[in-house]
Design a protein. Sequence first.
Length: 376
Amino acid sequence: MTASERWRRLPVAVRGIAIVVGGLLVFELAVSALQSVTGGSGPSGPPSSSYATTPEGLAAYADLLVHAGHPVTRLRDRIADVDPASTLVVADAPVDKEETAALARFSAAGGRLVLAGGAGASAAGDVLSSRVGWEPVSSTTARAVLPTTVGVGDLRGLGAVRTAGEGGFTDTGPALPVVAAGDRPVVAVASVGTGTVLLVSDPSPLQNRLLGTAGNAGLALQLAGDAGRPVIFSEAGHGYGRRSGVGALPRQWRWALLLGLLATLVWMWSRARRLGPPDADPDEPLPPRRAYVDALAATLLRTGDPAGAIEPVQTAARRRIGERAGLDPGADDEVRRAALQLGLSEHDADAIISPVRSHDDAIRAARALAKLGRRA
């Protein structure tokens, strides 16, 4: 059976599923290949990630720092031991207790820590060992409330800072407010050990959508520290942690792998039909005449009277010999000689004229009649 015939024999539902799965697989692979060549169909990435090119991403901030002379790296592992000679930016990324303790050690050792967003405010309380309150605000314009302070530098030329009004501090603990929107601080600075902790309630001034407005770029550079200071963006909390196995594959390729697996299962299920009964061969020849004769003789013998059951066969054979030889079918000797002249063996001739006493005698008589039919 050809592949096309096996395909037509499949149920309609199975063929439909196979077509849909195959189409989705081809489409997904085509889209993935196109995105790998063009770099994607549009902006992507989680909010406040330095990889993200969406309006809420920090990719432009990372590029700005590079152009300003800051070496930029992305930390895709959990926060543990970070070089205190660098600036670590944790923006809208949740951190657990172990990472919070690592942040405190980093700051105390002289590191410069930037905590931005609501998640950063939560971690700031543990790092500063003091309560830090945060809530949404309505004002979108912030200004420096101190012209200069330790850890931030000169803010006198900063001007206005544009925000999205996503949050402000209700309490900064030991941190000193340096930029505020109305009566709500949006940037505060605190000293921890020999390091500096900078709290940013609303990361929107650092994001792609607002970095180029007002004095936002100047504020972003002030947060990074002195020129040439390395800046590290924590990315594990944004889902960019190191992965292995299937989890390391891009999302599109994982979907393609799943669809390919489903298509393979459908194909295997369809091929499993071949393990059932074989299909009938339309060109199979008829069974041999000998098999028919043997079956007929065996059937006649089941009557319990072999001689009586096979007598019509012997009579028919004697009559056919007599007709062909022009003899009286009742004369056994003449019938036997004529049978031998017609090409039958001695056993066949004896089976025609001798009484039937066994199964073999009946089969020989029937076969003799069959041979006479073929020779006729």
